[in-house]
Each structure stands twice: as structure tokens, then as C-alpha cells.
Design a protein around this ligand. Structure first.
Ligand SMILES: *[C@@H]1O[C@H](CO)[C@@H](O)[C@H](O)[C@H]1NC(C)=O
Ligand SMILES: *[C@@H]1O[C@H](CO)[C@@H](O)[C@H](O)[C@H]1NC(C)=O
Ligand SMILES: *[C@@H]1O[C@H](CO)[C@@H](O)[C@H](O)[C@H]1NC(C)=O
Ligand SMILES: *[C@@H]1O[C@H](CO)[C@@H](O)[C@H](O)[C@H]1NC(C)=O
Length: 287
């Protein structure tokens, strides 16, 4: 919550930016929000007042594996599984610099915690990503130069996963679970599962993982894409399946999470919050 004092201070400037970064993939979302007074005033009557940036974490080492994975015993020394790779770090730092280039006039050159807010999921790779973006976006300037590094610390906020109702939405919701279960049993979804039966059976035989759902395909897909980004040579069988045959069921595994209005409403707190920030920026409640 912003203190009344702060709200008054911000509202007197009349303009806010809220920037937000969210990862698109279920396990690894990250979010930044910033509230900043506009410093770009031009002839355009549509003045920028509020900015949300939503972004996924950078490329990572695989977070998961499957029984017949030739890399099942990899250690990904020294960081281990599911962590941002060095090229991924460069990408995220560059993204921060790009945001500075695009919105620098609007943001101003001095970091102010009442004007810029970052929230990520409670996951290492998203927090690391946010730190890298912040490093590119907020190099210390004038009075904020503090010592030997061209970097300044910027807080990154998150909620514990079991309470997360905005980003990963892991906070248990009985109604959501019921509705998802009902949907999965519906003729429509059962028909789709049936269409993919051949693919699921083949993947089960090849990977040693029991592939029964769209999520199961997505798990393997995500492992393969991370291994590929890590420059590991993928096994021969993948030529027939990856990425082409695996993309539609992988995409659908995400679609299914918010397939109908009911599910969207139950998972959609983030949109409600963004809308509230945008429609009443003066009474800004932090995410
Ligand atoms: C992984 O390690 C286990 C236990 O040492 C071994 O049995 C297995 O063959 C190894 N798998 C691969 C793909 O290297
Ligand atoms: C499953 O494997 C069989 C036998 O190799 C092959 O003929 C078929 O095209 C495969 N199906 C899919 C969807 O890949
Ligand atoms: C993979 O190879 C490319 C091209 O050589 C290189 O730029 C990149 O840094 C490598 N990725 C990793 C994770 O080492
Ligand atoms: C600001 O918005 C919150 C949430 O909508 C509301 O509970 C609160 O009363 C509002 N505060 C003011 C001062 O309007």
C-alpha cells in the first residue's frame, strides 16, 4: 500500500507510470511495476501517464527432464537446473537498456522507489531477470553514484508461491480447480485429447514419461527448448516431433488454464489490478 503521503505527492505530479514485467510461462512469471511522473511533455494531447511492462524471464537451463533424456544426469554446473544462462543474462540486461532508451525521458534519470515498482514470482530465475533488467534500466546517475560499480541496488518484490494470486496464481482456489476439472471432462476437451492420442502414445514410448495431457507435452517441449538454447545436441527422435508436432498441444496447455470466462475471472486478478491502477492512478495501490 502506498502511504497517504506518497499518494498525495504522486497525485500532485498528476502523472504516473506503472511498469510491470511478467513471464509468460506458468512456472516462471515475473513482474515489474513502476509508478513514475511523466517528464515527456510534447504536443501530443495523449500524454503518457502510466506504464506496465510485462515480461518473461530470460533463457534458462532446463527446469525439468524426462526418463529417457540423454542429459538427465547433467549438473549444469555451477548454477544447476532452471537458472538463467549467461547469454540469458546478457539478453535481460540489454532489455533493461532498451527500456531506458525507450522510456528514459519519461522515467527520468534518478531511481525513486515511490515511482518504480517491480514484482516477480517467488522463483530464482525471475528474480535474477528483474535484477538484470533493473541494472540496465537504472544505472546510477549524479547523486545516486555511490561507489565502484555502475550499478545500484533496486528492490524486487514477490509473494510466496502459496499466496501468489497475481502471477503464477498458485494460491489454491477450490472453485478454479472444480471448473478446470469440469472442463477437462467435457466432450470438447476429451475430443481434442483423442485427436492427440497417437502423438501422446508415441511420446510416451520414446521419452519414458507417461504423456496423458497437454501439460505433459509442454513439460517435454520446455525441456527440449532449454537444452537447445544451452547448445546441447538434441536426440535423433526429436527431428520428427520437435518443435512442429509439439507446438500446438504445448500452446493449448496454456490456453486451457484460462479457456472460458469463468476460468479467466478466477485467474484474472492481475488484469483487475492493472485496470485499477490505470483507471484510478491517483489512488495507486501497489501490486
Ligand atoms: C545417469 O546416471 C545413472 C546412475 O548413475 C545411470 O544409471 C544412467 O545410465 C545415467 N544416464 C545417462 C543418460 O547418462
Ligand atoms: C506415431 O508413430 C507411428 C510409428 O512410428 C507413426 O507412423 C505415426 O506417424 C506417429 N504419430 C505421430 C502423431 O507422430
Ligand atoms: C550457444 O552457442 C552460441 C553460438 O556459439 C553462443 O553465442 C551461446 O553463448 C551459447 N549458449 C550457451 C548457453 O553457452
Ligand atoms: C483506494 O482504492 C482502494 C482499492 O480500490 C480503496 O479500498 C480505497 O478506499 C481507496 N482510497 C481512497 C483514498 O480513495
Amino acid at each position: 500500500m502506498v502511504t497517504p503521503n506518497l499518494v498525495r505527492k504522486i497525485s500532485s505530479k498528476r502523472t504516473l507510470v506503472s511498469s510491470m514485467i511478467v513471464g509468460a510461462v506458468a512456472v516462471t512469471i515475473l513482474i515489474t511495476i513502476s509508478v513514475i511522473n511523466a517528464r515527456v511533455i510534447n504536443d501530443d494531447p495523449k500524454e503518457l501517464q502510466l506504464l506496465h511492462v510485462i515480461y518473461r524471464h530470460g533463457p534458462r537451463t532446463p527446469a525439468d527432464t524426462y526418463p529417457n533424456d540423454p542429459y538427465i544426469n547433467e549438473t549444469f554446473y555451477p548454477v544447476g537446473w532452471g537458472q538463467i544462462t549467461n547469454p540469458g543474462k546478457v539478453q535481460m540486461y540489454e532489455l533493461g537498456k532498451w527500456l531506458r532508451e525507450r522510456y528514459g525521458n519519461f522515467l527520468g534519470s534518478l531511481y525513486n522507489p515511490s515511482e518504480f515498482y517491480v514484482q516477480t514470482t517467488d522463483v530464482d530465475r525471475t528474480k535474477v531477470t528483474a535484477q538484470l533488467i533493473n541494472a540496465g534500466l537504472w544505472p546510477p546517475n549524479s547523486v545516486q553514484k555511490w561507489g565502484p560499480l555502475d550499478w545500484q541496488p533496486i528492490p524486487v518484490h514477490s509473494e510466496p508461491l502459496h499466496l501468489d494470486h497475481l502471477l503464477l496464481v498458485r494460491k489454491p482456489c477450490a472453485q478454479y480447480s472444480l471448473e478446470l476439472e469440469r472442463l477437462e471432462k467435457s466432450d470438447e476437451i476429451q475430443l481434442m485429447l483423442n485427436e492427440y492420442k497417437d502423438l501422446f502414445n508415441n511420446l510416451t514410448a520414446i521419452t519414458g514419461k507417461n504423456v496423458k495431457t497437454f501439460d505433459d507435452v509442454q513439460d517435454i517441449y520446455s525441456t527440449l527448448i532449454a537444452e537447445e538454447h544451452f547448445n546441447l545436441t538434441l536426440p535423433e527422435w526429436t527431428k520428427d516431433y520437435f518443435p512442429d508436432k509439439m507446438v500446438p498441444p504445448t500452446v493449448f496447455s496454456y490456453v486451457l488454464n484460462a479457456y472460458n470466462t469463468k476460468l479467466q475471472r478466477l485467474k484474472g486478478d492481475i488484469l483487475k489490478k492493472l485496470h485499477r491502477c490505470s483507471s484510478t492512478p491517483i489512488n495507486y495501490t501497489r501490486l
